[in-house]
Design a protein around this ligand. Structure first.
Ligand code: NAD
Length: 218
């Protein structure tokens, strides 16, 4: 991936990939930047600008070949290689993530769970063997782990993160509603469900839903 790509562009590439995958499954073989833009809810200029970071993919006038652009985006996003994943914290969320059916659609391969609860360590949850956090170093080395899903309680999040960093895991998808600190060579992406909920509460509050608006107007 070229250096200096804005993070917002990467987020939109993920959306374009989803749109192209849907278009392909609907049997659509070509799409203009207008079409892609409308489906992704951005401007056609934005689509062309985002894609221009990586080369030229379309043909003026006839747009993009859906299958080709989809494959290019998969390659650009690093989704053509396998990624080996562990789940740290095999509680309610960790177990739900372990059962998520669409992970292997893009070669995200769950290899193990990690916990500190003696009743879970050494057992299989779903198909996943659960290891103790103290054994993380060996697990990461043996399984060449690329990514950890962090799903521990808030007060355990930084210590578990530090253990992941020491064990050499380069990427963390953090589901815990707190900020964890990592050195520059480790990447953290956060999935903050509570932050989304609070944003939703705010938007619902400042913009009453249609029923209320109609009632207010009437
Ligand atoms: P949980 O209490 O059901 O599970 C937490 C698990 O982490 C337990 O199995 C516990 O033994 C384990 N654990 C504790 N310390 C650990 C450590 N140092 N290393 C490894 N494992 C450790 O909690 P949950 O509901 O699964 O939530 C987990 C995290 O995900 C929380 O931070 C929560 O806020 C967040 N989250 C949960 C949900 C949800 O729907 N359950 C949704 C969004 C975010």
């Amino acid at each position: 991936m070229p250096k200096g790509i804005p993070s917002a562009t990467v987020s939109r590439l993920v959306i374009y990939l989803r749109v192209l995958t849907d278009l392909e499954s609907e049997g659509v073989s070509r799409a203009s930047s207008d079409h892609l833009a409308a489906e992704a809810n951005v401007s056609a200029f934005q689509v062309r600008k985002d894609l221009a970071y990586f080369g030229s993919f379309g043909t003026r006038g006839s747009g993009y070949t859906v299958a080709t652009l989809k494959n290019e985006l998969r390659r650009i996003l690093g989704l053509t290689r396998p990624w080996r994943v562990i789940i740290v914290g095999m509680g309610r969320l960790g177990q739900a993530l372990a059962a998520y059916p669409q992970l292997d659609q893009y070669d995200f391969k769950l290899v193990a769970g990690v916990d500190v609860d003696a009743s879970k360590v050494g057992s299989l949850i779903g198909d996943l063997p659960v290891h103790h956090l103290d054994d993380l170093h060996e697990l990461v080395a043996e399984q060449t782990v690329d990514i950890a899903f962090l799903a521990v309680p808030v007060d355990a999040a930084q210590a578990a993160t530090d253990a992941l960093v020491r064990a050499g895991v380069p990427g963390i998808l953090n589901f815990v509603p707190t900020v964890v600190t990592v050195p520059a060579h480790v990447t953290v992406e956060s999935v903050d469900f509570l932050a989304g909920l609070k944003r939703l509460a705010y938007f619902l509050q400042v913009a009453p839903h249609d029923g209320e608006r109609e009632a207010a107007a009437g």
